[in-house]
Write a protein that binds this ligand. Structure first.
Ligand code: UDX
Ligand code: ADP
Length: 480
């Protein structure tokens, strides 16, 4: 029986291993983590991450061929294939600060694998990693191997949160990079045999190590670039009276461009896009390619511009001050169908409004008060460390209250900001919300999900990204 161990029971490791266990009954899968509460949650009815369909998959396999454990060393030493899916934060000090990845957790995982191994192993990098990680890990393993042979593979994960299970069941492609030696090719084949149990062979692509790593960065950079492109257009639409939805639809019907990832928004978030682009920028700079680095930096700059622009629209519309006004924030997660808040645009928007002394009442169906308070007090990039090493938030932001209902959040509010496209927000009774708000009542839709005409009929002053402006907003400055 093939034994797989995955180090890191997070958003990538957990769902990916659960699906491997489901699809490969003859493989034994152990998911290990240093975080005791995280493993306890994986072994309970309340899984540590919210992902549609995940519960069912875990319930079918847990205790049969899927195990969650904190006994990292035991499971690593017994495994034939070790996936590594640990945190790779952005460095905040020293060489490459603000761009380069901090490989502390990766390096300690690699050293531990070398220490505890008694048999040959395939080591697979799974989490989003910076460039050339595989090469670095290979060096650590081979220098400490005591004669044991390690083969390194790069098998980047392309799942998106909120649709992780269907992405894993039916991936566009599985990418496996390895050394072009006979041993490297044998390792690639061993991992291919696992995926081939449910993924059609023609969707399993094999490359060299570095191409696999770079493909992941490139794919995420291309996706993020589409969003920044349409967000840049949204600013032009507002300035000229075009409608970004109509523009992006027209653009996306060109089969060479395609319709996906063209929704204008308050900005992209998530653990990957910004981090991967920063890594790409760093490697370009290190390789003497400042023009290429500058090109990709713009994708992040436009994303920051979009978040700022949104805050400025809110403040400018409300007579240039939100001081002591109640603003309802609907949605805090970085996208719908996840409780994940890593790099969510809501953090920057809320911080911007708090900077103007607003009082915030926040509602998100999946994000806890503790998480929101943490996010609003944490320093940039601190989120990407194992939970027990993250700074606790002894100070809570007093002007922020977190409630469990959209009607409660909007009661007596001066304005409403929609920051996540949760389906339930489309069905809200906006007449009821309007009746219970201060007047004039404002709605700022950062996700373009509401019916603008209907809300204007009710009496709201409405701003919806990239849509023709309400006469109220026309002469207000959009950028500070
Ligand atoms: C992304 C990649 O899609 C995935 O392949 C990779 O493995 C990890 O990074 P994820 O971050 O989970 O996945 O979500 P994604 O659906 O890509 O959304 C990222 C952000 O872009 C979200 O904040 C989303 O709201 C935003 N977005 C997406 C838009 O603003 N407009 C769009 O048209 C699409
Ligand atoms: P991702 O989104 O890439 O899955 P997460 O932050 O959700 O990232 O998960 C990474 C996990 O890796 C965390 O649960 C963290 O506790 C775990 N981890 C970090 N370092 C180690 C290590 N050396 N050994 C075991 N687990 C680790």
């Amino acid at each position: 029986m093939v034994k797989i161990c995955c180090i890191g029971a997070g958003y990538v490791g957990g769902p990916t291993m659960a699906v491997i266990a489901l699809k490969c009954p003859s493989v034994e899968v152990a998911v290990v983590d240093i975080s005791v509460p995280r493993i306890a949650a994986w072994n309970s009815d309340q899984l540590p991450i919210y992902e549609p369909g995940l519960d069912g998959v875990v319930k079918q396999c847990r205790g049969k061929n899927l195990f969650f454990s904190t006994d990292v060393e035991k499971h690593v030493s017994e495994a034939d294939i070790v996936f590594v899916s640990v945190n790779t934060p952005t460095k905040t000090r020293g060489l490459g600060a603000g761009k380069a990845a901090d490989l502390t957790y990766w390096e300690s995982a690699a050293r531990m694998i070398a220490d505890v191994s008694k048999s040959d192993k395939i080591v697979v990098e799974k989490s989003t990693v910076p460039v050339k990680t595989a090469e670095a890990i290979e060096k650590i393993l081979t220098h400490n191997s005591k004669g044991i042979k390690f083969q390194i593979l790069s098998n980047p994960e392309f799942l998106a949160e909120g649709t992780a299970i269907s992405d894993l069941f039916n991936p566009d492609r599985v990418l496996i990079g390895g050394r072009e030696t006979p041993e490297g090719q044998k390792a690639i084949q061993a991992l291919k045999d696992v995926y081939a149990q449910w993924v059609p062979e023609d969707r399993i692509l094999t490359t060299n190590l570095w191409s696999a790593e770079l493909s992941k960065l490139a794919a995420n950079a291309f996706l993020a670039q589409r969003i920044s492109s349409v967000n840049a257009m949204s600013a032009l639409c507002e300035a000229t009276g075009a409608n970004v939805k109509q523009v992006s639809f027209a653009v996306g019907t060109d089969t060479r461009i395609g319709p996906k990832f063209l929704n204008a928004s308050v900005g992209f978030g998530g653990s990957c896009f910004q981090k991967d682009i920063l890594n790409l920028v760093y490697i370009c700079e290190c390789n003497g390619l400042p023009e290429v680095a500058e090109y990709w930096k713009q994708v992040i700059k436009i994303n920051d511009y979009q978040k700022n622009r949104f805050v400025n629209r809110v403040v400018a519309s409300m007579f240039n001050t939100v001081s002591n006004k109640k603003i309802a924030i609907l949605g805090f997660a970085f996208k719908k169908d996840t409780g994940d808040t890593r790099e969510t645009p809501a953090i920057d928007v809320c911080k911007g409004l708090l900077g103007d002394k607003a009082r915030l009442s926040i509602y998100d169906p999946q994000v806890t008060e503790d998480q929101i308070q943490r996010d609003l007090t944490m320093n940039k990039f601190d989120w990407d460390h194992p939970l027990h090493l993250q700074p606790m938030s002894p100070t809570t932001v007093k002007q922020v209250s977190v409630v469990w209902d959209a009607y409660e959040a909007t009661k007596d509010a001066h304005g409403v900001c929609i920051l996540t496209e949760w389906d339930e927000f489309k069905d809200l009774d906006f007449q009821r919300i309007y009746d219970n708000m201060q007047k004039p009542a404002f709605v700022f839709d950062g996700r373009n999900i509401i019916d603008v005409d209907k809300l204007r009929e009710i009496g709201f002053i409405v701003y919806s990204i990239g849509k023709p402006l309400d006469p109220w907003l026309k002469d207000m400055p959009a950028v500070a």
